[in-house]
Design a protein. Structure first.
Length: 84
């Protein structure tokens, strides 16, 4: 399982680089917010999943470093969604 602070750091880094309504509504996220808001977890899982398809795979459709860290963050979000 990924460390909470690492997961939040990854999520906030990707949110910070976005120009979307998700950033405007939720940036920055915290462990407390994620563990008490399953709807936010679902939104962020969708957000990171979309990014994963665009940035997480190389030209041979192999997972790259960014994809691996996105997967870690998604797993943490799934855990939080189940806990809230």
């Amino acid at each position: 399982m990924i460390d909470e602070s690492r997961a939040v750091s990854i999520i906030n880094r990707y949110l910070e680089n976005e120009n979307s309504s998700i950033k405007a509504q939720f940036f920055p996220v915290s462990v407390y917010t994620l563990t008490h808001n399953s709807q936010l977890c679902d939104i962020l899982i969708d957000f990171l999943g979309d990014l994963y398809v665009c940035k997480g795979l190389d030209s041979n459709y192999e997972e790259n470093v960014y994809g691996a860290e996105m997967q870690e963050a998604i797993q943490f979000l799934a855990f939080c969604r189940g806990a809230s």
